[in-house]
Write a protein that binds this ligand. Structure first.
Ligand SMILES: *Cc1c(COP(=O)(O)O)cnc(C)c1O
Length: 396
């Protein structure tokens, strides 16, 4: 019997070029983004400029975390304490957490079998809020054309959580460029790794200026290379609080060489995804998530469904795969464990029962595909899952 011995949480090392850039920042002692020598732009300002260019956005801001980027975007578009904000029931804790952090109230929208936001449920709930914080959870993009039409019709401002879709596209448009603001994470398990970190992009000058002020620019916004002109700040600088959450030059130095390699990394993830997907296809009792033609996804993780399986059988699949070295995460657990949790475990936020969503969440099995896995590793992982799902499926 074959076993897998790799680690699902082991990322690739930081590229040598990035290590050298980080060491140079440390030797300079100038780690704070606004601590720059005469004529020096600083790593953070350069990262913002390069990220804006890579995404085709007018403005970019680097911040302390993905969760910070989300909260900063919400504030910058004008969400106030007590406001309701629509968001996905299938997402991770920092998303409702960002809404709660500014005193606003999440309104959860259900998930479809394709693991994207349920547009019918969104339509029904749209009147309850002015803002949708759309989480492209696990890299699944919904029909972004239909979503934009719905937002337009319902007067919803769209903020995108692209923690899992940096580099992905819908009909050629980069994820994060459809909304008023696109937010990204550079935490270790995302598509670029600075330990912790976040980025946001927007084409709206006032939103960009507010975000810069919020992040804690003091009055040094003119040192930014991907921010609007000083005249835009005149209109917002006295009434936008400083909620410090800047990125530092050390992390930006680590990220810039990674940004240059982003496309190649995304292709490497997706190659791994396709091997696992092919290996799982046709397994009795297992539903592969069919990806739409319009979506160019980044396969940094893969999900499949065991729809309507009993908890007991699901538990057996998890433990049998684990015994052979394959770590699957289950979103159906009644109590949150590790990174998985569900809308009804965020008890600070009210939620109505969503039986259809619960049925999907109970069926989702989820697995990371770090780039330290080879294509052969991925084929082996798929064979193990296929065998164990098959064995449990057949058993009475
Ligand atoms: C990681 C993540 C974030 C942001 O996370 P940070 O850890 O704050 O950088 C936001 N949304 C989703 C879905 C995530 O997985």
């Amino acid at each position: 019997m074959e076993n897998f011995t790799g680690s699902f949480t082991q990322q690739e090392p930081i590229p040598d070029e990035a290590i050298e850039a980080a060491v140079a920042v440390m030797r300079s002692g100038r780690l704070h983004r606004y601590n720059v020598a005469e004529g020096e732009a600083g790593e953070v300002a350069l990262l913002e400029q390069e990220f804006a260019e890579a995404m085709g956005a007018r403005y970019a801001l680097a911040v302390a975390s993905g969760g910070y980027a989300l909260a900063c975007a919400l504030r910058a578009v004008g969400v106030k304490p007590g406001d309701r904000v629509l968001t996905n029931a299938f997402t991770l804790a920092p998303v409702p957490g960002a809404i709660a952090s500014i005193g606003a109230v999440p309104v959860f929208v259900g998930v479809s079998e394709a693991l994207v936001i349920d547009l019918e449920d969104l339509r029904e709930k749209a009147a309850q809020a002015d803002v949708l914080l759309l989480s492209h959870m696990r890299g699944h993009l919904c029909d972004m054309d239909a979503l934009l039409a719905l937002c337009e019709e319902a007067g919803l401002t769209l903020i995108e959580d692209c923690a899992h879709t940096m580099g992905a596209r819908w009909r050629g448009r980069l994820s994060g460029t459809d909304g008023l603001v696109g937010c990204y994470s550079t935490q270790t398990y995302k598509h670029m790794n600075s330990g912790e970190g976040g980025l946001l992009i927007t084409d709206d000058a006032e939103v960009a200026a507010r975000a810069v002020m919020l992040s804690g620019s003091y009055m040094l916004y003119e040192r930014h290379l991907a921010a609007p002109g000083a005249e835009v700040f005149e209109g917002v600088k006295y009434d936008t609080p400083n909620v410090s959450g800047r990125m530092d030059n050390l992390r930006a130095a680590i990220l810039r060489p990674q940004l240059a390699r982003l496309d190649a990394q995304c292709a490497a993830w997706t190659a791994r995804y396709k091997v696992v997907e092919e290996g799982l296809r046709g397994t009795p009792g297992l539903t592969v998530i069919e990806r739409p033609q319009e979506e160019a996804y980044v396969g940094s993780s893969i999900q499949f469904l065991l729809l309507d399986w009993s908890e007991e059988k699901l538990g057996k699949v998890l433990s049998r795969c684990a015994a052979r070295g394959v770590e699957l995460k289950w979103f159906g657990g009644a109590v949150p464990t590790g990174f998985t949790s569900r809308y009804d475990s965020w008890r600070y936020a009210p939620s109505e029962a969503m039986p259809e969503t619960d049925r999907i969440l109970r069926a989702i099995l989820d697995m990371r595909l770090p780039l330290t896995f080879s294509l052969e590793d991925c084929a082996l992982i798929a064979r193990i899952i296929r065998a164990e799902v098959g064995a449990v499926h057949q058993s009475a």
